[in-house]
Design a protein around this ligand. Structure first.
Ligand code: ADP
Length: 359
């Protein structure tokens, strides 16, 4: 339903999107996750036709957003981070205004009533938007995105500034919309993607660093796994055996007890599953294993690990200068940025060559 291919966006000499490709199938809710400045809004703005790209394609149901923006935009409902609300209109006037703006052909009354029912705006539809709380205003923003019944819904940081109750309401709304729509949700909140999305695409410094189903996101890091093991036996000896066990990176006794069992936190090395070996080791020594539970890898660990490793990789490469493209549409600023970068690169290479000549 949504296809982004080799998308590049340069702001002058700064590359905000660096060869980004991903697809979202019909009916999927995908979370675009990344730290501030990662390039999420830029991707959303290109996808919704607000910004042009330096290179690459963005397609909605096979329609190129750049070459046929009107057709593509009819299929998109967009809630920007700051919803474009007219505060002096009532909710009902505003939705009618959006209806006209979008050239919607559905039955006006029943379509707008249905939207108001879905987002529970019915009782405030006659009130001025100015007098609504932030939570209600966000619902109005979602309602305007729903006008015209678009197949694709795009939400940029939809819960920023809301209180916990409003956050839950908006998330439930988005999850509900996801049953009948294809949804992209941009957020820097890990809990949000975990609560709402089927799939997570992590973006950092303009590049995709992970793309995985929410329940399998832990697979993107082949890092360590953590367990809590409840073991009956002499604490010092058990701990020593755990620490010496092949595949164990770290083991420590926790202050918790379960009857006469001590609780140990055990961390394994890269991607190893030590559970069976642990069981046999303990049974050989005559120490009872009365509980073993995985603490798993939490989303926060994954996020930090993925972002960190992408940063190390970027540091190894040249600085994030504007990516050159063959479209020939670069601005003078972009051309200058690229020329400066090339010049610096050439001088670096010459210096390196000079150094090896001397050797
Ligand atoms: P995010 O939405 O993930 O916070 P953005 O897409 O807003 O990230 O920004 C990505 C990068 O592009 C950042 O380095 C940001 O400073 C830069 N950027 C965004 N908008 C502009 C702009 N209009 N002009 C220049 N640089 C911009």
């Amino acid at each position: 339903m949504i296809r982004i291919e080799h998308l590049v966006k340069n702001y002058g000499s700064n590359c905000a999107l660096d060869d980004v490709s991903f697809a979202v199938e019909a009916g999927e809710i995908v979370g675009l996750l990344g730290p501030n400045g990662a390039g999420k809004s830029t991707a959303m703005n290109i996808l919704t036709g607000y910004l042009s790209s330096t290179a690459g394609k963005a397609m909605i149901d096979g329609v190129d957003i750049l070459s046929d923006p009107l057709r593509a935009k009819k299929m998109i409902g967009y809630l920007p981070e700051q919803p474009p609300l007219y505060l002096d209109m009532t909710v009902w006037e505003y939705l009618n205004f959006c209806y006209d703006l979008k050239g919607c052909r559905l039955d006006r009354q029943s379509h707008l009533r249905e939207i108001c029912d879905t987002v529970r705006l019915g009782e405030v539809s006659g009130r001025l938007i100015r007098h609504l709380s932030k939570g209600y205003r966000q619902r109005v923003g979602i309602a305007q995105a729903m006008v015209g019944d678009p197949k694709v819904m795009i939400f940029d940081e939809p819960t920023v500034g809301l209180d916990p109750k409003q956050i839950i309401e908006v998330r439930n709304l988005i999850r509900g919309l996801g049953k009948t729509h294809t949804v992209i949700l941009s957020t820097h909140l890990l809990s949000e993607v975990q609560a709402v999305c089927d799939r997570i695409v992590i973006i950092n410094k303009g590049r995709i660093v992970a793309d995985e189903k929410t329940e399998r996101i832990a697979n993107v890091v082949s890092g360590s796994r953590r367990f809590r093991a409840k073991i009956c036996g002499p604490q010092a000896m058990v701990l020593d055996a755990l620490q010496k066990m092949p595949g164990v990176a770290k083991a420590e006794a926790l202050p918790e007890r379960d009857g006469d069992a001590v609780v140990y936190a055990v961390e394994t090395e890269q991607g190893l599953d030590i559970r069976k070996k642990l069981f046999y080791l303990l049974s050989e020594r005559g120490w009872a294993l009365v509980g073993l539970e995985s603490s798993g890898v939490n989303l926060e660990d994954i996020f930090i690990s993925v972002v960190d490793s992408s940063e190390q990789e970027t540091a190894k490469r040249a600085p994030r200068a504007a990516r050159k493209t063959r479209r020939g549409k670069e601005t003078a600023e972009e051309t200058l940025g690229a020329a400066l970068y090339e010049d610096a690169d050439r001088r670096r290479k010459e210096a390196a060559a000079g150094k090896s000549d001397e050797e």
